[in-house]
Design a binder for this molecule. Structure first.
Ligand code: NAI
Length: 247
């Protein structure tokens, strides 16, 4: 499994859930990588588990200066940048549109949408210097359909698809592919800790496969899109959703 031998990656939100699974998969396939997360303690644990190929980096992805420093850190630690998974995200407090507090709206848009622009703004020049690259932005099935009480999240994930398409257009000729992945509901710590068993069963039923997905199932698609095996794939949104969007 050497798809990523000699490649350097950044995974944001890599201290937990989907990001941690992606980080482990990339490392297993030969990448060197930065485990970037707000949560320094868990980022350190994941990096230590992976070993010498991984370095933790603490940041708030909503802070453009911190994102710039994250990219500089990857380049100084490993000598370049070829792969990025812009995955850090938050759900936000549930509320119908008219009841969303302004600061909650702004924070979700900052963490889930603006951060991905900041990431690509600094990742792309580093990738161009490294001879090209591949980026996956973590959207959601809620990039394609709505979900009551989550307008800021749904708006961010829909907008990510436009950002992804446009970045793909802007950099295709220079050897950078950009895609978005749209997970269905995935069994991650955030979801398990905040929901009852009955609520999880209700969510599972919304997927044709009648279960939640696993972080490893999202990681498998993400790694494929990052790899040279996906060399004709750019500017598109790929659900990994157990059939959620089929009905
Ligand atoms: P998670 O909560 O398990 O992990 C998210 C990670 O991002 C955490 O380690 C957290 O510390 C980090 N993070 C949050 N805000 C940050 C910030 N401002 N700066 C830096 N790091 C920050 O979440 P999960 O479930 O693994 O989600 C990862 C991505 O996948 C998110 O973008 C989420 O919207 C998306 N997604 C998740 C689904 C699910 O059902 N779990 C479904 C569809 C999409």
């Amino acid at each position: 499994m050497t798809d990523f031998e000699g490649r350097v990656a950044i995974v944001t939100g890599a201290a937990s859930g989907i990001g941690a699974a992606v980080a482990r998969d990339l490392a297993a396939r030969g990448a060197k990588l930065v485990i970037a997360d707000f949560d320094a303690a868990h980022a350190g644990t994941i990096a230590k588990d992976i070993g010498d190929a991984a370095r933790p980096f603490q940041l708030d992805v909503a802070d453009p200066a911190a994102v710039e420093a994250m990219v500089a850190f990857a380049v100084s630690e490993f000598g370049g940048l070829h792969l990025a998974v812009n995955n850090a995200g938050i759900g936000g407090a549930p509320a119908p549109v008219a009841d969303i507090r302004l600061e909650d709206w702004r924070r979700v848009i900052d963490v889930d949408l603006n951060s991905v622009f900041f990431c690509m703004k600094y990742q792309i020049p580093a990738m161009l210097k490294s001879g090209g690259g591949s980026i996956v932005n973590m959207a959601s099935i809620l990039g394609a359909v709505g979900w009551g009480g989550s307008a800021a999240y749904v708006t961010s994930k829909h907008a990510l698809l436009g950002l992804t398409k446009t970045a793909a257009i802007d950099y295709a000729a220079q050897g950078i592919r950009v895609n978005a992945v749209g997970p269905g509901f995935i069994s991650t710590p955030a979801l398990q800790e905040n929901m009852t068993d009955a609520a999880i069963a209700g969510l599972a039923e919304k997927h044709l496969l009648n279960r939640l997905g696993t972080p490893e199932e999202v990681a498998a698609l993400t790694s494929f899109l990052l790899s040279d095996r996906a060399s004709f794939m750019t500017g598109t949104y790929y659900p990994v959703d157990g059939g959620y969007l089929a009905r």
